[in-house]
Design a binder for this molecule. Sequence first.
Ligand code: SF4
Length: 487
Amino acid sequence: MELIRKVRKTGFTIAPEAGSQRLRDVINKNITEKDIVETVENAFSLGWKLIKLYFMVGLPSETQADIEAIAALVKRLKAFAKKQGRIQKINVSVATFVPKPHTPFQWEPQISLETALEKINWLKDNLKLPGVQVKWQDPRVSVIEGVWARGDRRLNKVLIDAWRSGCRFDGWTDFFDYDRWMTVFEANRINPRHYTDGIFDTDQQLPWDHIDIGVERSFLIEEKARAAIGKITSDCRTGSCSGCGVCDFESIKPVSFHDHKRLFSTQGPLPGPQPSETDVKYVVNFKKMKSSRFLGHLEMAKIFIRSLRRESVPLKYSNGFHPMPSVSFGDTLPMGMQSEDERMLVTLTEPIDSRELISRLRRQMPDGLEIISCSPYIKNKALERIDKQHYWVELKDGFFMQKDLAWFAGQQSVTIERKSKKDKLVVVDLKKAVSEIRLLDDHHVVMTLGTDNNLMVRPGLVMKTVFKLSKLQILTAIITKRKTNYV
Ligand code: SF4
């Protein structure tokens, strides 16, 4: 814990999974209540202000007493936090247990949606304490997860139909639509409870039996029997081999890394590249086209950082508890917009040939992210400020009308309110921000846009305000940034 303390101290996470020792033994969680209490006490004493605890409801053999043990454990930990007299918080996350293939519980049933809701609601009601926040995974998500965890080939059509009917991004609460999933199951005459609540026999052929992960089926059956009587199996990295079947003890055997002291040296700098006098900056010019236009800015930044790492490019990192690679981008493109003229500024700890950097990056880029050029950045400052941006817009739905453009030309000012990055309302005058709008035909327009009141104006705003186009018409248009002028 002393070593963890040396890096970022956002929150300390422990996953007891179950509240009672009996149930922790059933799931072979080699952690005692004493371990949990001592770890939390140490964490609070060492300065952590937030402890995150993860529990599951619906574990095999669980009773109400096990649920009550979760509340009792949290209350015990909270009492200690109160004794410390500081503002310390405990976040309790609860999820429904989902039996997974290739585990000793692959034959066990998942609790029903109604039971899961009952258990989670009980915990919510009984953990209404100051400084304790209960979070939970929607048990309806766990139902869907359970179906797919132990599903078979009969679900192929369900998957396609679900996608066709609009099931997307189910991990996001605002997208997840349980009723839509149920409609698809019904249309395919599939009872999801067959996959979730069903108890599978250990003699029964399972849909995933043809996949060999190395662990013997007999070992899983044995572990299931041990779990039923709460007999724990020791960790083979520290104890004896339990004969799971994975190792041949020649090419495959457990290897533990014990030299953590060297890795987490208590003295000196954190691991990773450190500042150096040979630091050198490069400007990388690239295109973001085709399917890559649907990458969000952070996703795109991650792709660049991963690519540089994969190619062992000597990236410079910031100092501090949370070292970050020294990479920045000239613009933050809205999702869906493509660009032929983007820039990244990257700092390396040693010089590298520009052509070499280009070819290394090109090896890693996905379709649509195209590296155009790269050169050392000579000025000792960040990227220049964007002055104007030139766009080409193709409308897929609707028309650009000459009369709208004539209206805009005749105005003294066209003001609109927009939210700044700091969430403040700012008035932007389009007449000041728009340098040029030129109609090529009914479906194509070019425009040159700048800023007003420090806010960059994008084509979408012009399309909405000047051409009165709908959100859908704007979203389906192809907007390409052709060129950027810097000051
Ligand atoms: S030592 Fe290898 S075979 Fe034995 S229990 Fe561990 S992983 Fe399985």
